[in-house]
Design a protein. Structure first.
Length: 254
């Protein structure tokens, strides 16, 4: 089995290579640190499997697939550090995905599944799945659902049902009424993946769904309190208030 590793993080490439070296039937043909280098490698090499990082600077994993073409793309195991990309990978490809940081047990589960898939020779199905994925991504670059890991299972959360989002280090908390979900994704990354016509950042650590805004009240030194339909109160900075007013078409909040 001829394998290509594509990841911009040296540690991630090293980890994958170490796990793959324990598989006697595997030959790691090459490693690439960028999508552009990987396109060249895929066109030159005969490959059976690609471990492909989704989030890479310059060219993402999905853009790489589009550049190569679904019909020419070898079977892929997606690798990602963020849950929101995992949903697209999960839906797009029968080989599944690895969510960083992954251990050897998780790697083995995905790799064994990939072996079964390759033995079944389902290349046509793979091409159809990848084609459908690129169509969905071309139709809208914003997520409609997010994949959240909970106690070993994956919970799919509809973005439109989120009341507000709160930053928590390298995680965000998704608030939906009385429910709260913890998503492994920095705030700035998630902000790029949700519709800016529906969500607005009102302060450094908070994003609100404009459809959930019930009332806005003056607060202190130019700041305001946003009251959501759920009753939650969120302090908006001056800049955040200006962005929210622009979206709501309001100019008279003093």
């Amino acid at each position: 089995m001829r394998v290509l590793i594509v990841d911009d993080e040296p540690y991630a490439r090293k980890r994958l290579r170490r796990f793959l070296q324990n598989e006697p039937q595997v030959e790691v043909v090459s490693e690439c640190a960028s999508g552009r280098d990987a396109v060249v490698a895929i066109e030159k090499q005969k490959l059976d499997l690609v471990f492909l990082d989704i989030q890479m600077p310059g060219m993402s994993g999905f853009e790489l697939i589009e550049a190569v073409g679904p019909a020419k793309m070898p079977p892929v195991v997606f690798v990602t550090a963020y849950d929101q990309f995992a949903l697209q990978a999960f839906e797009a490809h029968a080989l599944g995905y690895l969510l960083k940081p992954f251990d050897q047990r998780q790697f083995r589960e995905v790799f064994q599944h990939a072996e079964v898939y390759l033995q079944a020779d389902q290349a046509k199905e793979l091409s159809e799945r990848l084609t459908e994925l690129l169509k969905r991504l071309g139709g809208s670059k914003y997520c409609s659902r997010l994949a959240v890991r909970m106690a070993g299972r994956i919970c799919f959360v509809s973005v439109k049902d989120i009341d507000w989002i709160e930053a928590s280090g390298n995680y965000v908390e998704l608030h939906m009424g009385a429910e709260k979900y913890l998503l492994r994704c920095p705030m700035h990354v998630l902000e790029e993946r949700i519709d800016p016509d529906q969500f607005v950042r009102v302060h450094r650590s908070g994003i609100v769904n404009v459809d959930r805004v019930k009332e806005i009240q003056p607060y202190f030194q130019g700041t305001h309190v946003i009251i959501l339909k759920s009753g939650v109160k969120i302090i908006a900075s001056r800049g955040g208030m200006q962005r929210l007013q622009g979206m709501l078409g309001e100019t008279g909040v003093g």
